[in-house]
Write a protein that binds this ligand. Structure first.
Ligand SMILES: CC(C)(C)CCc1c(C(=O)O)[nH]c(=O)[nH]c1=O
Length: 312
């Protein structure tokens, strides 16, 4: 069976890679992803300057997933620009994705301009869950700000690029965001979903929040968000113009959930919580499990079933 796919006109040997933020802040982690059976790799969302991030505990696994309020710890965008400059695009069959998460539109513009000036084959995924003006909702939840940001950034990027979106829970929001995305010609993919924002995990014995930052409020990931992720993948798969793709992320703990993400419409699948918990060996397991599922169901390639979820 064939697990290959293509995103932004670039071929991935298989549809799996890490979710930005997981196993990708340092070069040593990225090297482990390169040596794993993933089909690609993406860097931790970069800000203009280096960031320590929030105090620990800032990530905690939960019975059905995880909660995190990392606070955008990263090496600063120049670190990832250098990594992208030194990446061996010729001999590595895995394409490189780079995530940017500026703390302001100006920062995103400055970082994008540097990547464009370097003219590299890496693919940009701009994090729209990034903070906007303090006190206002994140960019992905401010439709006017999102449209404005895209109208500023897309012409600078020029090449095909993507955006990482938070989960939506209202049909009117699926409609509004898809309408904005459909206006941007070189917006080649949306990655759905980022963590489900501002959950709260509390320890029953100690009666205390599990993570330190933000009074214990943090983004939820893992198994518990699978059905929200599938809905967002399918909602955008149904709404986006021909040629625009959806990368699915959220709740993939085995080949079964990866199969469901593709059935919902995903062209590639990112792994967050399960990668954090199991490590890069997970890619070998999830690949094998998906191959076995496809064999059992008689599918030869992802195109045989992508987006073909049936309704009653
Ligand atoms: C939540 C932000 C800190 C605004 C962006 C970075 C980010 C983080 C993070 O660095 O805390 N965690 C996530 O699950 N998703 C994200 O997009």
């Amino acid at each position: 069976v064939d697990l290959s796919t293509s995103i932004a006109g670039v071929s991935l040997p298989n549809l799996f890679f890490n979710a930005s933020g997981v196993w990708c802040q340092h070069e040593s982690e990225l090297k482990e992803l390169l040596n794993s059976e993933s089909g690609s790799l993406i860097t931790k969302s970069a800000t203009f300057e280096y960031r320590e991030g929030n105090p620990s505990p800032r990530y905690v696994p939960l019975p059905a997933g995880s909660i995190n309020s990392m606070g955008l710890p990263n090496e600063g965008y120049e670190y990832y620009l250098n990594y992208a400059k030194n990446y061996d695009y010729t001999n590595n069959v895995k394409p490189l994705f780079v995530s940017l998460s500026g703390l302001s539109l100006q920062d995103n513009v400055k970082m994008v301009e540097q990547f464009v000036a370097a003219d590299l084959p890496c693919i940009l995924e701009i994090n729209f869950s990034c903070p906007n003006v303090p006190g206002k909702p994140q960019l992905g939840y401010d439709m006017d700000a999102m449209e404005n940001a895209l109208k500023v950034l897309a012409p600078i990027v020029k090449k095909p690029f993507g955006i990482k979106l938070p989960p939506y829970f209202d049909i009117a929001h699926f409609d509004a965001v898809a309408a904005i995305v459909n206006k941007i010609d070189n917006l080649a993919f949306v990655t759905c979903v980022n963590s489900v924002g501002n959950g709260l995990a509390i320890d029953f014995e100690t009666e205390t929040a599990l993570i330190k930052p933000k009074d214990g409020f943090g983004g939820l990931g893992g198994a518990m968000i699978l059905n929200t992720a599938l809905a967002n993948v399918n909602a955008f798969h149904r709404r986006l113009n021909e040629g625009k793709k959806v990368i699915g992320v959220g709740g993939v703990t085995s080949g079964k959930e990866a199969f469901l993400h593709v059935l919902a419409g995903a062209s590639a699948v990112q792994i967050g919580t399960q990668l954090k918990e199991e490590g890069p060996v997970f890619f070998a397991r999830v690949k094998k499990e998906l191959e076995e599922i496809m064999q059992a169901k008689g599918y030869k390639s992802l195109d045989d079933f992508r987006g073909k979820v049936k309704t009653l």
